[in-house]
Design a protein around this ligand. Structure first.
Ligand SMILES: [Zn+2]
Length: 277
């Protein structure tokens, strides 16, 4: 066979392989399906870099690691609008979801949760609730996160990054608090394993106090919406403004510390973006 024909043969072979394999890569979804993606070898070291990783003790860390592994296997984390879900995105979401569970009774964290959707930025959602005139507005509303009872969490990655850098809003813990709340049929604004009497007493007193305040100092006024949103707002303050919460709401901080087991008064915030949205 002449040399130049041999060269062409190689080119044709490479072209044929590209033709066969190309679509496989092109069709690869921007998600890590349940159980399909192995955890990176250094996943524990990457988790340790999360701002709140140092807020738990060694025994809780063992539980946290076990829960993160389970979460990784059972929950699909998918990117929307072209957002690529890499290992750090997946570990951040699993890490924060499971930090809320280090004092939960043993068992799979979020047993009904199937999917977490990640948008690069805040996303638009059509309105379904009627306004004060009984009309459903045409304009969509911008959201940074949503929790669908027991099955789905949706977050804006730009807002997750802001939380990692110390913003007062932490959309991950807010939405996963809603998931925990939905696990018990009788609760409104509480994790299933709460110490019921104490929880109700302290939370009710703090909720009433927030309702009275026109410009609350530590807790976001959005908590006035309902006991469920108050729980979400309180969890955000516990994670993002622990020292101020302990100073201005000592009983509330003590309740949250006893229920969730984290010492959040000192947190080392990230100074650089983890994954650009
Ligand atoms: Zn909420």
């Amino acid at each position: 066979m002449p040399d130049d024909l041999l060269d062409y043969g190689w080119l044709i072979a490479i072209f044929a392989i590209a033709l066969i394999l190309g679509p496989l890569f092109a069709l690869r979804p921007t998600s890590n399906r349940r159980g399909e993606v192995p955890m990176p070898e250094d996943w524990k070291a990457r988790l340790a870099k999360l701002p709140h990783a140092a807020c738990i003790d060694d025994a809780q860390r063992l539980r946290w690691h076990a829960d993160v592994e389970t979460f990784w296997q059972h929950v699909t984390i998918a990117g929307c609008q072209g957002f690529w879900v890499n290992a750090d995105v997946r570990l951040t979401i699993a890490g924060y979801a499971c930090l809320l569970c280090v004092k939960a009774p043993p068992g799979r964290p979020y047993p009904r949760l199937r999917t977490v959707l990640v948008y690069p930025q805040p996303f638009l959602v059509p309105q379904t609730e009627p306004d004060e005139y009984g009309l459903v507005p045409d304009d969509p509303v911008e959201q940074i996160g949503e929790s669908w009872s027991g099955e789905r969490v949706i977050v804006s990655w730009a807002d997750v990054e802001a939380a990692l850098m110390g913003d007062a809003v932490n959309v991950l813990v807010h939405e996963f608090a809603h998931q925990l709340d939905d696990e018990s049929a009788d609760a409104s604004g509480a994790p299933p394993w709460r110490e019921a009497e104490r929880w109700a007493k302290v939370m009710q007193a703090e909720y009433d106090r927030l309702l009275r305040h026109r410009r609350p100092k530590v807790l976001d006024a959005y908590g006035k919406e309902s006991p469920e949103e108050f729980f979400g707002v309180v969890i955000e303050a516990y994670f993002q403004r622990g020292a101020e919460l302990a100073q201005h709401h000592p009983e509330l901080y003590a309740l949250l510390s006893d229920t969730f087991g984290l010492s959040t008064q000192r947190v080392t915030w990230r100074t650089e973006v983890l994954v650009a949205p």
